[in-house]
Design a protein around this ligand. Sequence first.
Ligand SMILES: Nc1ncnc2c1ncn2[C@@H]1O[C@H](COP(=O)(O)OP(=O)(O)OP(=O)(O)O)[C@@H](O)[C@H]1O
Ligand SMILES: [Mg+2]
Length: 363
Amino acid sequence: MSMAAVQINGIRKQYGDVVALSNINISIESGSFYTLLGPSGCGKTTLLRTIAGFHRQNSGTIVVDSKSIQDEPAHKRDVGMVFQDYAVFPHLSVEDNVAFGLKQRKVAKDEMKTRVEDALKMVQLSEFAKRMPHELSGGQQQRVGLARAIVINPTVLLMDEPLSNLDAKLRVDLRAELRKIQQRMGMTTVYVTHDQEEALAMSDTVCVMYKGIIQQAGPPFEIYNRPANRFVANFVGGNNFLKTNKHNGVAKLISGRSICSYPAGVSDSTGIVAAIRPEAISVRVSASSDEQTLSVEVNVDQISFIGREMEVHGHTSDGEVIKAVTRPDETIMSLKEGDNAFMVFARDDISLFEDSETGRRLS
Ligand SMILES: Nc1ncnc2c1ncn2[C@@H]1O[C@H](COP(=O)(O)OP(=O)(O)OP(=O)(O)O)[C@@H](O)[C@H]1O
Ligand SMILES: [Mg+2]
């Protein structure tokens, strides 16, 4: 298996007046699993299609190893693509589906046979070679799509939400399988999803996109633990954002408690929000007296049992909404909607962001 490093420099793509991608710069290490994560319409598919050569960028370059490919037609790029909707040919058997790209490339019969067998073995479909697509489950069809992409021995494998049509259980199974196959083959992979959990679980690098702009790229741990801006802090893992008042370089919750100092250079007109992860909050019936923790009083709106954990939603007297995700304990089991309670969290668990959609991290 060949593998390649991919360098994307200053890619811009417009559809008429719509700027789908603006100045995308990405560096993908050879053999790594690189995920584009972002909400619907942020430009993920557009970027994959640009790499595959299905349309032309307005500007920018794509370098695979040391070769610029941005002007090559799609069929001359050594790129394999797996789509969301399986896109297997319904009138061809499993093995003929997988052989398709090899026939197009005029690969000799014997070699074709071996390569199809190897690819089917890789995706654990050897015994399904003679079946027709309609005789397969969704997960199996998706694996045919994968086998068809890897059999041509691509330098880069592109996958556009390949698991999104599958049920939750199968999705989790198949994502582990996909990751194993990718690692075994050492194949440079660009993967698209809007599922943050999938992205964190599978990737070497997660690249968070929003409105055609890269918000942050880094290892999953870093994306989750040090989100670079408010959008990432919210999109990956969810967060509570509490308004603050600024006073002498210190942000104060509007509930009245000082929380953190923030760096110089924040303009007077820029608001600051305090971010606290729902899982960093515990729910108590009385305020904490510990100096290192903060207690915000809320009125409980909703308590939901979500298996291992409970979700408690409440709002403050200022109308701010706070969500806690916590283990069920006696306090929570005895709480009812409409009760007053305290959302308690450690100062150390607070991050500050500028108060705008993509406001930068301040601490
Ligand atoms: N052929 C097209 N003509 C005009 N606008 C388009 C076209 N394809 C995509 N767009 C627009 O470009 C933006 C990015 O679309 P894209 O399909 O890349 O998003 P996405 O991140 O893949 O979203 P999703 O998660 O819904 O698949 C969107 O605003 C979309 O409406
Ligand atoms: Mg898409």
